[in-house]
Design a protein around this ligand. Structure first.
Ligand SMILES: Nc1ncnc2c1ncn2[C@@H]1O[C@H](COP(=O)(O)OP(=O)(O)OP(=O)(O)O)[C@@H](O)[C@H]1O
Ligand SMILES: [Mg+2]
Length: 282
């Protein structure tokens, strides 16, 4: 678990957020904090308001009441120029990639640099190639169009674009959804590496219990408009709250927990031959 002392201030502070669509109440008082260099996960049933909360954190939507501060800036009182400069400090990997189909991977990754920096084309290509390599894609993938990529490659290309402007904060919507187990395992490692190498703060929405057990420092369970439990997976697994129990006691939750306990006894090797538990240096 990351240090949560005042020396490690909150990068995101959500306080008393309420959101409704017509008479449908989605959030009825959400409170949570995400700390610097933390890998934080948001979980909850379908329709519990995870994506809506994410959209509120990245200025795509406003809550009805309450406050959200990101990187020390109160999103309720933000003017356009400040909003733009704040947007440049985070990267977002959308669930379905969100890449432009008419651009190659190189062009997609270079786009934020072209739009927001005064760098010349050669520099932009160089940086885009570096970001693409960082996500584990071969250089020739840069010449391809999104439609030519597998699901795993699309996720990586989308991540490379999210990293284009060296963000401090990264939002990942279902980073492993639809991937085969080996590709999902690679994504686990990539997320840990990004935090270790660059001290990135990472907020992810996921249903992937393996990703949660292997990678997340803390997890918030959203249900009935509120955070029902927050803590490490080990801490959450001890809570009595019914929404939290539902999350752990379903067949998939039990299987993931049992696997984690088995791994603790005999650490599983990941594809690079390193015991997975060794990556989790808390
Ligand atoms: N723009 C909108 N207009 C009306 N209702 C909306 C809108 N956006 C979201 N909702 C509703 O708000 C609720 C929460 O949606 P949200 O997408 O945040 O859920 P979620 O937790 O991300 O679910 P999932 O796991 O299925 O992605 C849902 O009932 C959804 O129908
Ligand atoms: Mg969603």
């Amino acid at each position: 678990m990351q240090n949560q002392s005042p020396a490690n201030p909150a990068v995101i502070e959500i306080s008393k957020v309420t959101t409704r669509f017509a008479d449908h109440v989605v959030h009825s008082g959400v409170d949570l904090k995400v700390h610097r260099a933390e890998i934080f996960a948001l979980v909850g049933g379908s329709g519990s308001g995870k994506s809506t909360l994410l959209r509120e954190m990245i200025l795509l939507q406003r809550p009805d009441t309450g406050s959200i501060k990101v990187l020390g800036v109160d999103l309720n009182h933000i003017a356009d120029p400040a909003a733009l400069s704040l947007r440049l400090r985070w990267g977002v990997m959308f669930q379905h990639g969100g890449l432009f189909g008419s651009l190659t991977v190189n062009e997609n990754v270079g786009l934020p640099l072209r739009e927001h920096t005064g760098l010349n084309g050669a520099w932009i290509n160089e940086i885009a190639a570096w970001k693409i390599a960082m996500t584990g894609l071969e250089p020739e993938v840069g010449e391809k169009y999104p439609v030519e990529l597998s699901g795993g490659m699309l996720k990586r290309a989308s991540l490379a674009r999210a990293l284009a402007l060296d963000p401090e904060l990264l939002f990942l919507d279902e980073p492993t959804a639809g991937l085969d187990p080996e590709s999902a395992d690679d994504v686990d490692q990539l997320i840990l590496k990004l935090r270790e190498m660059f001290g990135l703060t990472i907020v992810m929405i996921t249903h992937d219990l393996d990703l949660l057990w292997q990678v997340a420092d803390r997890v918030a369970v959203l249900a009935e408009g509120k955070v029902q439990g927050i803590g490490s997976m080990a801490e959450l697994s001890q809570l009595d709250n019914p929404a939290v129990r539902k999350f752990f006691d379903g067949p998939r939750g039990r299987a993931a927990h049992e696997q984690k306990q088995n791994e603790a006894q005999t650490p599983a090797k990941n594809s690079s031959g390193i015991a997975r538990s060794a990556w989790k240096q808390k």
